[in-house]
Design a protein around this ligand. Structure first.
Ligand SMILES: *Cc1c(COP(=O)(O)O)cnc(C)c1O
Length: 452
């Protein structure tokens, strides 16, 4: 007898960030997608409430994007970027440099956000070496930061749940606090920001001679639970990096390409990173392309006769893949022709209004939003902000309930993630928020029993 797809999946697959014991109980296989919906092998449809892990921009099966790939496929699928380039990778580089912060003039491609961070770390480290500063070898990273899952990216990350177990494998980095207004004593954003900036400055005063760079997500800490930084924090960090001669590495993997209502989230604070990473939305959520941007100054520190050994010794097999770059170019064209950034801002206002409806629910602690990034933090006690116990897995159960009701998303602990594709219509957004509300109500009413 031939095995069913579900049997095959349970017998052979090992899924990312997944306890396979959970998967076996609630397996799911997606067969197709269209617009803002996904369809499983039984024909059940779901809203893609998290844009397939924060990637999707224009919805699934966007004709223009499909066509761009087909057109490129008639020429070539892939050739290497080692020592040569290709047509779409070159065209895309120019377009990216046009839209990224002015100071960034060079693009280094890779295939995932984590790799883009690894490359940024190596660039920052080797920059100082090439410039003759032997001591500047360490990094500062933010508490609860997330930059991907390879060892370098994990070393500058600090989401305890994912990262603790790998502790002995990591290189040391200094940790600086990040303002979390909801969890602060004062709940005053300015005070919270200034306290964190003061601690960072102290750290820099004491250690800047040893520090090559600082890594930080732009405006929102995604994996930490959609923690939105108070006004002035990112620009405050920029000022301190400049003052103490530390390269600022801004991670725009989640926030880049319109998510926050600006093309890049660092535009909210008008800052110029020394290095910047992007991924996720760059191809509209179609193919694995990521990039590390840097300045002409950093680029020039690597530019010399080969024998000087200043080359950046880094590369991946699929770097600059033509199909990926072709679809990324079309994605960027659509940002212009469909005025996507304006649309994100309009939709974000609609979502904000829709989410008011959740604010009064007894277990909704805080709703955080920047553009079309939303996190709804569920707590056991709204007044004291006491979280649900870890083993009650309320966020997980709410997500399963949403799946049953027709929407897919993945929580960060007990923070429900809502990141709809930009293409969602008003009716679709209304429907998605309704599903979210019903799932939260249903699961948290039973929270006392889950608790036991
Ligand atoms: C997703 C993400 C990454 C890692 O990207 P991958 O493509 O999954 O490796 C890095 N930084 C941030 C902020 C992210 O959200």
């Amino acid at each position: 007898m031939t095995k069913t797809l579900l049997e095959k999946s349970k017998e052979h697959l090992w899924l990312p960030f997944t306890q396979m014991k959970d998967y076996e109980k609630d397996p799911l296989i997606i067969e197709s997608g269209n617009g803002v919906k996904l369809k499983d092998i039984d024909g059940k449809e779901y809203y893609d409430g998290f844009s397939s892990v924060w990637l999707n921009v224009h919805g699934h099966r966007k004709k223009e994007l499909d066509d761009a790939i087909k057109k490129q496929l008639n020429k070539i699928a892939h050739s290497t970027l080692l020592g040569m380039t290709n047509v779409p990778a070159t065209e895309l580089a120019e377009k990216l440099i046009e839209i990224t912060p002015e100071q960034l003039t060079r693009v280094f491609y890779s295939d995932s956000g984590a790799e883009a961070i690894e490359i940024a770390l190596k660039m920052a480290y080797q920059y100082w070496k090439n410039e003759g500063y032997q001591k500047k070898r360490k990094f500062i990273s933010m508490n609860n930061g997330y930059h991907g899952d390879t060892i370098g990216a994990v070393s500058v990350g600090s989401v305890e749940l994912f990262h603790q177990v790998y502790g002995p494998l990591m290189f040391d980095s200094f940790k600086a606090p990040i303002p979390n207004v909801y969890r602060s004593n004062s709940e005053n954003p300015d005070q919270c920001r200034d306290e964190c900036l003061n601690i960072l400055e102290q750290l820099l005063i004491e250690n800047h001679q040893d520090i090559a760079g600082l890594t930080i997500e732009a405006m929102v800490q995604g994996a930490a639970g959609m923690i939105v930084m108070p006004d002035g924090f990112l620009s405050g960090v920029r000022e301190l990096c400049t003052k103490y001669d530390v390269l600022m590495i801004v991670d725009e993997v989640a926030t880049g390409f319109g998510r926050t209502g600006k093309m890049f989230a660092c535009e909210h604070e008008g800052i110029q990173p020394d290095l910047m990473t992007v991924g996720k939305g760059i191809t509209g959520g179609y193919l694995p392309i990521s990039a590390t941007f840097t300045t002409e100054d950093i680029y020039n520190a690597f530019y010399d006769d080969y024998e000087k050994l200043k080359t950046l010794f880094h590369g991946h097999s699929y770097t600059g893949n033509q199909l990926g770059c072709a679809v990324a170019i079309e994605n960027l064209r659509l940002f212009e022709s469909e005025k996507i950034i304006d649309r994100v801002n309009e939709k974000a206002e609609e979502v904000k209004t829709l989410l008011y409806d959740l604010e009064l629910l007894p277990h909704v602690g805080e709703i955080r939003q920047l553009g079309l990034i939303c996190g709804i933090e569920l707590v056991k006690n709204k007044k004291t902000k006491e979280p649900f116990p870890f083993n009650s897995r309320v966020g997980y159960h709410v997500s399963l309930k949403m799946r049953e009701l027709g929407m897919i998303t993945r929580p960060m602990g007990d923070v429900i993630v809502f990141m709809p594709p930009f293409a969602s219509s008003s009716d679709e957004l209304t429907e998605m928020v309704k599903i979210m509300k019903n799932a939260i109500v249903e699961v948290t009413q039973g929270a006392a029993t889950i608790d036991a």
